[in-house]
Write a protein that binds this ligand. Structure first.
Ligand code: GUN
Length: 299
């Protein structure tokens, strides 16, 4: 059997990034509108600092304004809520993202609910969650699953009628991914750590999206021949073959065996990852257009 086609996230991300940048140029030149994204980071989590830096850099590279608020780990919830209130009321800010996780003393749900749904470019606010599940086009949609959906549609075309299995039930990826696939008329199953006959459920799927954070959980013999596999996992494992103390990143799917069975598959790294920030830029432009009373851009 021939190996699967590789779904190259960098290619998809470059394409979307160029479309976003063109839309930003159009808004700036035609309307004098510069979309602006405010990112709030509380505390010292090293991975979060890396992500926030990348978000700021790519926002500026797309021609938008990036505003960063880096707050100490002992910031009070009241202080954070007051900052969000200020950003909500600032007409020059179109998108607000509070980087998660937050320090333990801060109620994440309260913070998410404090963001104006119109500026909620993460798509985590209950209003946007409700809009997504009710098929309301005004939803702002979480970035990682939206990126997965774009890659699936570009790879497969119409998704209607296909059996999709989403492995993972997080609010950030699994649940919104299921809602998006349902919105494309897939027959959707959400599987998780308590799912019976997980291997068999996976083997039934034409589309398999793995987002559980378990390194190489899904071997090739769980994949239906010809299926499209989207691997959202980013797991750091020890890599003694690279030398003592070395590590490497693997997905939730065992790529080496799955690539011989699937029809198309995303690699890790280089698959879903590059699309996520692009979708954040896209959401910021969409939010800016809506706040200016303009039609949604074709992004
Ligand atoms: N932490 C990990 N992923 C995300 C994300 O998509 N948005 C935010 N705000 N925090 C995260």
């Amino acid at each position: 059997m021939t190996d699967a086609a590789i779904i190259d996230g960098k290619v998809h991300a470059d394409r979307l990034r160029e479309k976003v940048a063109a839309e930003v140029r159009r808004l700036k030149d035609g309307r004098g509108l510069t979309p602006a994204l405010a990112v709030v980071l509380v505390g010292d989590d090293p991975a979060s600092h890396v992500y926030v830096k990348a978000k700021g850099k790519q926002t500026v590279a797309a021609g938008m304004e990036s505003i960063e608020h880096r707050l100490p780990a002992d910031t009070s919830e009241a202080h954070l809520l007051a900052l969000i209130d200020t950003l909500n009321g600032d007409p020059a800010v179109h998108g607000i993202l509070v980087q998660l996780p937050l320090p333990g003393h801060i109620d994440e749900g309260a913070v998410i609910a404090a963001v104006d749904p119109a500026k909620d470019v993460d798509g985590f606010h209950p209003v946007n969650v409700g809009r997504l599940w009710s098929g309301d086009a005004r939803a702002l949609v979480p970035c990682t699953p939206y990126g997965c959906l774009l890659m699936l549609k570009e790879t497969l075309g119409d998704l209607g009628g296909r059996r999709a299995l989403v492995l993972g039930r997080s609010n950030i990826v699994g649940k919104p991914m299921a809602a998006l696939l349902l919105g494309e008329s897939c027959t959707v199953t959400i599987a998780h750590s308590r799912t019976a006959d997980l291997a068999q459920r996976c083997r039934e799927a034409d589309i398999l999206v793995a987002a559980v954070g378990r390194p190489r959980l899904v071997p090739g013999d769980w994949v239906k021949p010809g299926a499209t596999v989207i691997d959202v996992g980013i797991n750091r494992i020890e890599a003694p073959e690279k030398g003592p103390g070395k590590t490497r990143i693997v997905g939730d799917v065992d790529f080496a065996t799955a690539v011989t069975v699937a029809g198309a598959i995303t690699p890790v790294p280089g698959g879903v990852g590059p699309m996520t920030i692009c979708c954040l830029l896209r959401n910021t432009v969409v939010a800016a257009c809506r706040q200016a009373g303009l039609a949604d851009p074709d992004l």
